[in-house]
Write a protein that binds this ligand. Sequence first.
Ligand code: ARG
Length: 378
Amino acid sequence: MKSPQGTSDDSDLVKARIRAIRAAHPGNLMARHFDADYFASLDAPKRDRLLRIIGSGVENPDSQMGAYARDAEDYDEFAALLDPMIRDYHGIAEGEDIAQQHDWSGASSRCDLAAIDPALSGVSMRVRVGRNLGGFPLPGAMTQAQRLEFEALVAEAFAVLREDPQFGGHYLSLTPGLPHTIGEAEYQRRVAAHQMFKDMSGDKYLRAAGISADWPYGRGMYVSGAEDFLVWVGEEDQLRIMAMARGGDVARLFARLRDGLERLGGLLPPFAHSPRYGYITSCPTNLGTAMRASLHLPLPGLTAGGADLGAVKKAASGLRLTVRGAAGEHSGAGQGGLVDISPRARLRITETGIMRCLYEGAAALWSLEQEGDAAPAP
Ligand code: ARG
């Protein structure tokens, strides 16, 4: 299904294919909630749009979600399919009000892991939010010209931010031939330092959704002088805004992001936001706060030196955390059993709720790890 045309012949093929996916991959939420009668009720242009939204999930049967929005409006216009998928993924019953709320007050509180154990005073922490501007399509539907236009618009904001005493830094573009374009060696150095994103066409889901198209045009990154405030341009969302730190003070990390977000947001047109789903993102898994907060916890005991994530995953799910290897999505545990833990919820939880979940979850896993150390002597 490389280029869905939306003809009735194609539609029949797609319907049969989705039926087959539903049988073979019950975890694919697009296939689970796809309703052939709803699809047939749409006019041809809308059928075509819907086929493009679900294209990644059709092309990749092993998808968990299986759809990416291409316009902020898609979430309302195609709610008949997307809303049940969103509720299923985020665990919200049908008919229950979503009405996403935001609250950053936790960033002003005290929330330091070093107070629990000084050994946690140097963990690697990161929190990011996805943001998109209402004036552009979402990345899957952007033309190369729009990607460049978008980059030029945010570059103007970065030119102001560069002079800011707190957030001053520089913009590094991957677009060939711009004044701030960086070379391959600098790009690879930034990727290795976990600052810059990888070539997205390596991700089959993003590739099928058209999100990685036109690489590297319109892609880049702003980085503050202290390298603790970063903005990705042109990844899965138009903007991924993040704060990074080594330490244990989770509240301080959140405050850094909140302040930078306010500063940058003030220099840009408004972010796309829905009263129901909160901040609009390409992937329905990220709606709501659009926030992923994580930290790297050394859990050699619980992971058998990094060999087995099973026990940690089990403990973590009760704490509403997801666990992955320290090297990113779909990776094993890193050296010394270093794992990346992150609150699973994005939607119908506030920013403060995510912060508390991360802090309390890290504390709970750490105490499990210590209990293992202190196994009773025979
Ligand atoms: N589209 C993929 C799926 O449905 C990825 C979902 C979550 N990951 C992400 N980077 N948005 O499984």
